[in-house]
Design a protein around this ligand. Structure first.
Ligand code: HAX
Length: 434
């Protein structure tokens, strides 16, 4: 058994006992109130989920097992002091709650390289998708096609007992994490480079290999991919992709089905698709204004026009955050270091000045500040990855780290099927005293 798996069992066994004790002895303790608004407006704020891997504070932003993004950049193993953290290390941290050593990270890296085997029929499924299908549709279809390999499915069908579900889930999670960059790069090359596939380079880490297989090789772009795949990995349990993965897994669906469900949620414009929309929207702005260097007043007028048309400004606002997203800040810092003089990035920076007062003035937007998606596409564009429809796939590769670590814990703790109650409109009206 690998060190990671051994350590996981060592932690999972006492944690499962704690979980059972909490339920048995304190199950009837009240932990929050539910209002008509919280129930009817997307269940926001209702304390209803357990998430071990990360926690989102509305003002401070995300912390992964207690560590902020700048702390991860300082503490997680890196290939050199000025590099970005290796996401392999973040997976270790999210799974075990401990900062790994470089040798822990190397072990994961080695294991993922060994497991990165894609059965032929998965490529056939991707090839069979029409050229017009969105890369996220190809990605989700490929993940479902991979489920033929599910160790969980095999173990379940062989009659394995509940307490061992985590074991085959672990195998599936590790296999999927190994397979995803290969699949993502294959989809990228199919859509935008006539299907000319580039083989993995065994000397590269997980992130650099994704860049390499997509056709991009430079120390700076490898660094960007390490940052990108780190910051998109997790955003506690209630966001659509994490919650969908957890919900579907709660029905004992295998990790492939569960993660595919999460990806279909990530593909929505109010979630991960926003990273594509930002680019399309800024490109429309450039076209309409007729210059790649619009003034702040011109940007302001275009934003007002978007709002007047009843549309949202993509990349701004958040269901939980109430300040600028630290994932936005991390990318802005990267751009400040490496992308000086880029006119597209200048527009993204100008939007940061222009948009918040406009959204604030509407009086209804709870968070006028930018989220992760406001910046990510512009950085990829800077390095020549101009195909925005692919961006959500990259987000999805990263998000796998968090949601798969989470469903592993769901299995280890023996979590039950999720089944909240729903009520009729009459019931809500009666509660309101109408
Ligand atoms: N532009 C214009 N109006 C906005 C807005 C924006 N960026 N953000 C919120 N609003 C509007 C809402 O549409 C809503 O209007 P109505 O009452 O007329 O329906 C009102 O302000 C209140 O919304 P809210 O409570 O502030 O925000 P929600 O929690 O309902 O929604 C969203 C959060 C992220 C979905 C929202 O801010 C939005 O649509 N943003 C733009 C899309 C986007 O960037 N999505 C990515 C979010 C981060 C993420 O998940 N990344 O993957």
């Amino acid at each position: 058994m690998s060190l990671l798996k051994t350590k996981f069992v060592e932690k999972a066994v006492p944690a499962a006992a704690d979980f059972k004790k909490l339920l048995k002895e304190y199950g009837n303790v009240e932990i929050g109130k539910v209002t008509i608004e919280s129930a009817l407006e997307g269940m926001k704020g209702i304390p209803a989920l357990l998430c071990l891997t990360s926690k989102l504070d509305s003002n401070e932003g995300i912390r992964f097992r207690g560590y902020s993004i700048p702390e991860l950049q300082e503490k997680l193993p890196k290939l050199s002091p000025n590099d970005e953290p290796l996401p392999e290390g973040l997976f270790y941290l999210m799974l075990l709650g401990e900062i790994p050593t470089m040798s822990d990270v190397e072990e994961i890296s080695k294991e993922w390289k060994k497991r990165a085997i894609i059965p032929k029929h998965v490529y056939a499924v991707i090839d069979a998708m029409p050229k017009e299908s969105a890369p996220m549709a190809d990605f989700s279809a490929a993940i479902l096609a991979l489920a033929t390999e599910s160790e969980f499915l095999k173990a379940y069908n062989a009659g394995v007992g509940k307490k061992d579900y985590w074991d085959s889930t672990y195998e599936d999670a590790m296999n999927l994490l190994a397979q995803l960059p290969v699949i993502a790069a294959y989809i990228y090359r199919k859509h935008f480079f006539n299907g000319e596939v580039i083989a993995a380079d065994p000397s590269l880490d997980w992130s650099a290999n994704l860049a390499h297989m997509m056709g991009f090789d430079s120390p700076e772009i490898y660094k960007l991919f390490r940052l990108y795949l780190t910051i998109h990995a997790d955003h506690e349990g209630g966001n659509v992709s994490a919650h969908a993965t957890h919900l579907v897994a709660s029905a004992l669906s295998n990790p492939y089905y569960s993660y595919a469900a999460g990806m279909l949620g990530l593909a929505g414009p109010l979630h991960g698709y926003a990273n594509q929309e930002v680019i399309a929207w800024v490109q429309d702005m450039i076209k309409e204004i007729g210059t790649e260097t619009p003034s702040k007043q011109q940007i302001h007028d275009f934003c007002e026009k978007t709002i007047a048309a009843g549309r949202v400004i993509p990349g701004y606002g958040h269901a939980v955050l109430r300040k600028t997203d630290p994932r936005f800040e991390a990318q802005r810092e990267f751009a400040g270091k490496y992308c000086e003089g880029d006119s597209f990035i200048q527009i993204i920076n100008d939007l940061y000045e222009v948009v918040p007062p406009i959204l604030g003035s509407l009086g209804k937007v709870k968070n006028p500040w930018p989220n992760v998606d406001a910046y990510s596409g512009s950085l990829l564009m800077h390095y020549g990855i101009k195909e925005a429809p692919f961006y959500t796939v990259m987000f999805g590769v990263s998000r796998a780290l968090g949601v798969l670590a989470s469903i592993l814990w769901d299995r280890a703790l023996g979590m039950q099927i999720e089944r909240p109650s729903s009520f009729t409109m009459e019931w809500f009206k009666e509660k309101a005293g109408i």
